[in-house]
Design a protein around this ligand. Structure first.
Ligand code: ZN
Length: 299
């Protein structure tokens, strides 16, 4: 068996790899893909083939076994009551039956503060990966709490209300941002809506209008899949998008003369039709675009 330090290093590396593979595309992977992740020259299963808690054993391709659960997952049809709490922590229900069995290794992850993967199923059926920690265990009630970060999670129990609110807000962002990005990129087939660049690693999900409430700003219709350049340019009003899905470039930038990025990446985008999802209900809301476009014109 690995030393705890070696297991920690292995887990961090494998988790980062799984998240990077997902983010090279739309930020999600199918259950089948998660059953054969290419890692260190081996094919590694990182999700249970049907149930929630994955404690690799027999088919594990490495000589050393893991002490603790490698992954948990939440499906859309889950019979369990996994849900987000006001504190920003997430409740994950143990597999029913006994508090031992598979759940025992979840408690080891908590005691040793070992990170694990949490896969949350999106409406498309694919899973968004998260790196999480088990924070607290309610053995009698058969559930535990998970969080994306140990120090943020401890701030949830702070005596300072400001600290608690701050931690809750950051944790909500950490949970919602990957799901929002995945939903938007999936709707846009992993393409920039302005230039149609297809490199997942270079794409973001941009908000059309900022929403003060992080939880209600996760709708695809308030999102645009944009490459890094067009995302920043949109945020600072160099790029504008009108309610008829036409791309505009700020007037003074159109008169600038510079290298190929300015010429092709920005100036030539003026007047282009935005590339939008084929499903009407996933297209950007025209009212929101209009609100933003007014700001672009005023700027
Ligand atoms: Zn672009």
């Amino acid at each position: 068996m690995w030393s705890i330090e070696d297991e920690l290093a292995f887990r961090e590396d494998l988790i980062a790899k799984v998240i990077a593979i997902a983010n090279a595309g739309n930020g999600m992977l199918s259950r089948a893909e998660l059953g054969r992740i290419e890692y260190a020259g081996k094919s590694v299963r990182v999700i249970d083939s049907y149930s929630g808690i994955w404690n690799p054993a027999d088919a594990w391709p490495f000589p050393d076994q893991l002490r603790a659960t490698l992954s948990i997952n939440t499906t859309l049809k889950s019979k369990y009551s996994d849900k987000e709490l006001g504190s920003g922590l997430w409740r994950y229900d143990y597999q029913s039956g006994s508090s031992d069995g598979k759940n025992r290794k979840m408690r080891i992850a908590m005691e040793l503060q070992l990170p694990l993967l949490w896969f949350r199923q999106d409406e498309s059926g694919q899973y968004v990966p998260y790196r999480v920690f088990v924070i607290e265990d309610f053995r009698d009630e058969q559930y535990c709490l998970v969080a994306p970060d140990l120090s943020l999670a401890s701030a949830v129990y702070s005596e300072s209300e400001i600290e608690r609110r701050y931690a809750a807000r950051l944790m909500k962002q950490r949970l919602h941002q990957p799901a929002f990005r995945a939903r938007v990129l999936n709707a846009y087939q992993t393409k920039c809506a302005v230039c149609q660049l297809r490199h997942g690693q270079l794409l973001d999900a941009a908000h059309i209008t900022p929403d003060s409430d992080e939880t209600s700003s996760t709708s695809v219709t308030n999102g645009l899949s944009l490459c890094k350049i067009h995302h920043t340019a949109y945020d600072i009003n160099i790029v504008g998008i009108d309610p008829n899905y036409v791309v505009h470039i700020r007037e003074d930038v159109l008169h600038e003369v510079d290298g190929p990025m300015l010429e092709h990446g920005l100036k030539k985008m003026a007047g282009r039709q935005l590339w939008v999802p084929s499903k009407v209900q996933e297209r950007p809301e025209r009212d929101r675009l209009d609100m933003r476009f007014t700001q672009f014109l005023a700027g």
